[in-house]
Design a protein around this ligand. Structure first.
Ligand code: ADP
Length: 406
């Protein structure tokens, strides 16, 4: 059976063309090509059909073979997903106490403009992102078809765990956005609610119980619409377990009451077919919380290895070339370097220098890596003008050293 090629088409907000006509145009565009670029948004300027340029912002193609950069179309089973971005800004669910406002949750309607392009700019080892997405899609489709839980068991709780700054929270948001786009046949939109557990367990303990109740009442209203995919994100889930552990016998404290209320509510809403619970944890060891313990979808997110760092740095350097900070030079992808046996020639010279920098950067988190290009500019201002790639890579090297020393 041919592999599925997912073709995600972002339709312009002001385009009034019906979906089936957009689909026809996309098919015509694909027919005009033998192969497509994978895992990279193709923007309107690159389309050959003028009509498509008027209605579509970008097209993003992906398939199981995450490491490939191109794929031959005739070998694939094409699945087109058409969506429009929601431009509304995030809404904060707040509560007032003694004239001070605390935020209980942030709420986005998906697919949101805010998360556009996030997925393709998160880099992990092969398979991590696609597998997570496949898991989620399968779980949601099982729910939608009402597969009997007593016969086949599965659940819709995702846990991403690993060191801080490895992109877990960003990946949860990107997954919610992707799932909304890919499951467009089942749901008309997504609702992402990020629960701010820090403020729920802050000094307002006695009020927090009420806050949890009112928050979940609002979530349940969202869940009433079966056409909405409701994604609940809880960051640093270990803080709940921690709050529970600190209670030392006797009367349960306010904090434990709030944690228990939250866990009970989460357990309750799990039965809705259209809910997806996304959690993150900075701990690598087990977390003492039954509801994540039973999560089917547990994925450890590690510090990036040199291959992953190469992808992060390449994207950064290309962005600085696009914005005119660095002279444009070709940056080869890793598959090419490997094919050339990592031998130096005029085509591979700069890419190999970048690869050396990746080796030096092992041990840094994705968050730290993404700051290196900026630090290189800020700390070594000679590079703020249009400079050569070689000169810029030297500054990056100094920035990595400085970061490591600090
Ligand atoms: P965590 O939740 O693991 O602490 P975040 O999602 O808050 O991490 O990520 C912090 C920043 O680092 C974000 O801007 C994210 O895009 C970036 N980042 C972290 N890991 C990666 C990665 N593997 N690829 C690309 N960006 C990353």
């Amino acid at each position: 059976m041919a592999d599925i090629l997912h073709v995600e088409v972002c339709q312009k907000i002001d385009s009034t063309l019906p979906e089936h006509e957009v689909e026809e145009l996309v098919n015509a565009e694909l027919d005009a090509n033998e192969e497509v670029i994978l895992n990279k948004s193709l923007v309107a300027e690159s389309f050959s059909l003028e009509a498509l340029k008027n209605h579509v912002v970008s097209i993003f193609c992906s398939c199981k073979q995450e490491e490939k950069t191109h794929v031959k179309l005739r070998a694939m089973n094409i699945k087109i997903h058409i969506y429009r971005l929601n431009q509304e800004e995030v809404a904060m669910e707040t509560m007032e106490k003694d004239g001070e406002e605390i935020s209980a949750a942030a709420h986005w309607i998906l697919p949101s403009e805010e998360f556009y392009g996030l997925w393709e700019n998160l880099f992990y080892e092969a398979g991590v992102k696609e597998n997570l997405l496949n898991f989620i899609e399968t779980a949601m489709i099982y729910s939608e078809r009402k597969v009997n839980h007593h016969i086949i068991s599965w659940n819709k709780v995702v846990l991403l765990h690993g060191p801080p700054g490895t992109g877990k929270t960003s990946l949860c948001k990107a997954l919610a956005q992707k799932a909304t786009i890919r499951l467009g046949n089942y749901f008309t939109r997504g609702e992402l609610v990020e629960i701010n557990s820090h403020s729920l367990f802050s000094k307002w303990f006695s009020e927090s119980g009420k806050l949890v109740m009112s928050l979940f009442n609002q979530i349940k209203i969202l869940l009433q619409d079966p056409k909405a995919l409701v994604c609940i994100l809880i960051d640093e889930i270990e803080s709940l377990a921690h709050a529970r552990k600190t209670c030392t016998g006797g009367e349960p404290s306010d904090s434990i009451r709030v944690v228990n209320a939250l866990l009970t509510e989460l357990d309750n809403i799990k039965r809705y077919p259209n809910v997806l619970i996304l959690t993150t944890s900075n701990l690598t060891e087990a977390i003492d919380l039954a509801f994540v313990d039973r999560a089917d979808i547990k994925q450890s997110i590690n510090l990036p290895n040199e291959q992953v760092i190469y992808k992060i740095y390449s994207a950064c350097v290309k962005e600085l070339m696009r914005t005119g900070f660095i002279e444009t030079e070709p940056i080869q992808d890793l598959a090419y370097l490997k094919m050339m046996g990592y031998e130096e020639d005029s085509k591979t010279k700069h890419s190999l220098m970048l690869f050396d920098l990746c080796r030096e950067s092992i041990g840094l988190s994705g968050r730290a890596l993404k700051k290196i290009p900026f630090l290189a500019h800020a700390l070594y201002p000679t590079t703020t003008k249009h400079c050569t790639l070689v000169k810029y890579l030297r500054s990056m090297h100094l920035a990595v050293q400085t970061h490591k020393e600090s």
